[in-house]
Design a protein around this ligand. Sequence first.
Ligand code: GTR
Length: 330
Amino acid sequence: MKTRRKFLATGALMAALGFAGLAPMSASAQMVMKAADVHPAGYSTVVAVENMGKKVEAATNGRIKFQMFPGGVLGDEKTMIEQTQFGAIQILRTSLGPVGNVVPEVNVFNMPFMFRDEAHLHAVLDGPIGQEMLDKISASPAKMVALAFTVAGSRSLYTKKPVRTPDDLKGQKIRMMGNPLFIDTMNAMGGNGISMGYGEVFTALQTGVIDGAENNEPSLFTSNHYTTGTKYYTQTKHLMIPEIIVMSKVTWDKLSADDQAMFKKLGREAQMEQRELWNKSVEESVAKLKAAGVEFIEVDNKPFYDATAPVRAKYGEKYADLIKRIEAVK
Ligand code: GTR
């Protein structure tokens, strides 16, 4: 028993350090791909990637399988992107927010009020523009092969004081994801944007380092941020940021063409499956947040839209044609 436990522990350590999957593949060699996510077990993105892993395992008779590291145990998204780039993480689900720092083109999708609503966003992602964006990421020097999109609804503000207008955000320090575009967005909306990793937000809210943050309902719920006194959820819906499932290019280059095609196919299936899981999780989180006393504030988001026009102008200038095509999607 003891020896077996030690053996298992060593195996887990080796997997955690990134040894698994680094050896050159022979036909019978097993490849264990480390998959990572900042979200906890049970979250729509984690479940969709786990299910993709099960399909991969079945399709390859166990030759390739996933080992999921949820809850940000391998670091925040910036760190995980770096680890994916050099091959220590093989499969990563990440927001496009921090990806904008390594693939600037994706910032078109990261701009405030870029999409009319979720139906518009989903039509863009599932159609030719979405495929082009995945291909752009894969062809960029970022060393990540983009397999699929996941969705994350829209981001709204959660604060300790109610916010109804940009004026109410004056002097409030609001956590944003690490990307200058988001800091500019918050500053334009009236607050002070503070960049920090997702895993630091809870303590920063508790200690008053920040006054609030912004995210979708499932993230607000599963992160427990709502327990820190941020009981007002103001539905500005200022950002609708798509997310991606990527494979490290280091790993991708070791796969056969057949395996690569299988990953693309199963990636697309994961995209559709997560969509269903997502919709359910939004409903559930809204109900749970309301039951816990979070007040949902409906606002007129026109003043926030108008205030962020300079941000869209600054970041969108280079991509005017693409933006026109996005706007034309029905
Ligand atoms: C969530 C998103 C995560 C992460 C997080 C954050 O909505 O799904 O990938 O980006 O927001 O705010 O850091």
